[in-house]
Design a protein around this ligand. Sequence first.
Ligand code: F6P
Length: 541
Amino acid sequence: MASMEVLWGDLLRHRGEFEQFHLKKAFDEDPYRFNRYSIEMDGLLTLDYSRHRITDKTLFLLETLLETAEVRERFSDLLAGKPLNATEGRSVLHPALRGSVAEDLTLDNGQVVAKDVAVVKARLYAFAKGVRAGSICGADGQPFRDIVNLGIGGSDLGPRMVCHALQGWQDGPRVHFVSNVDGAHLGDCLKGLDPARTLILVASKSFTTQETMANAMAARRWIVRSLGKEAVGTHFAALSTNRQAVEEFGIGADRMFEFWDWVGGRFSVWSAIGLPVILALGPERFEDFLAGARTMDQHFAKASFRQNMPMIMAALGLWYRNVWACGSLAVLPYDQRFDDFTAFLQQLEMESNGKSVRMDGRPVSRPSVPVIWGSAGTNGQHAFFQSLHQGSDMVPCDFLVAAKPNHADDAQHQLLLANCLAQIDALAFGRDTGIISEQMAQQGASEADIERLTPHRHFAGNRPSTLLLYEQLTPNMLGRLIALYEHKVFAQGIVWGVNSFDQWGVELGKDMAHHLLQSLQSGEKSESDPAIFHRLMAYRS
Ligand code: F6P
């Protein structure tokens, strides 16, 4: 079998065959292009990748690349509990949280994974049912009305995004998320809340993260001030892997919901970190969310390349990043409540694959993850879409949209849909100068104006986008979509040869912040003291 470098060479040469390619022409020449380049799942979800600069040959070459990298084999290893996170010596088993590993999978330390997952899940569901029914309540007997989740990164972005996206499905207590160490974040959140009716969740895998622990201590003071020290046990719960630190904080074993080192932070929404979701939506909907992800796990493991959504998305990402040198990917959910998805994906993609060293310590042979950015349509159309259409860089885009809304105003939803479909066509097909000149002439423009303005009004098109169209953003669908991106990231990480499951790159800043905090507190100059530190101290004096 050809080596990866030979295959990359083939792909780079193949790019040369696109000199004359234009998406408009490709659609004109092939009325079945959508059928050829789309995947449908269960009558609920379509991946339309027809608006990409690809041919059958491109897909053949990309399929060979992913096969040669042994993506499927590595996914089997992952499901078998092999320590794929080699730099931390850990398995990577988040699919186990949604029932996608063998019932009897036992790790070297004797842990029977599925059994432990079931035990914690039963505790989470019992607790959530109690809180939702009011039988688990505040110190003075009042039911909890507000839940405040204190966490950051994976202990915030996943549950925050899911709760917001499924706001229309919430029927439990109100959930709030505080992540930033900026005191304004917690202060603003607590301002409107009654401590007697508030349950605080301290969500931290390590239970040592500076931001989360600072917010947890501040929230603890807030509870103690109005309800007394004895109320802490009743008004707090912990979601963590660090039993000892949770106990030291004063949260009892009955209020600690555990997960394990084989759940990475950015893959943890399926674990105890999902408690805010369970509280807001109820255990049944959470089960449905897990079932959606499980469906995608099976699809990823079994579907052939051309029918495999994560494989195709991974392949297209590699094609643009490494063959066309695209530096970014725009993620554009046409759904206001799904706006946080882009921030969630930033961690999922960029913390996972933002690496320049391979598993074996050698530098990567080609650039890894692009910058992930974007925001909800249609807002983005009035901000940065100008650059997507006419800017000098080609930015591949992922559009996501539901056929049916999660609200009652279908007329407005039609507007949203029309905008989404218009954008993908405008990007792909553009508008040629002939039509523009004609339109201007009809509007009575002079010859001189037509000549002067046509280049400015010209849309070159041929700009690639993926459309994920789903029936409705249900808990099940959201589970599918998140798992789809998780597997895409996994497949790309395998091809780039990086460890997608560590995040050493965040450590240096944490260390330096620790030293600088000491200097700030003492006012004494530290060894790495920058000149700006003196200016800062002067402003603070
Ligand atoms: O940013 C680094 C990181 O370790 C993330 O990977 C993680 O999701 C986040 O910090 C929060 O960590 P913890 O859940 O341990 O507080």
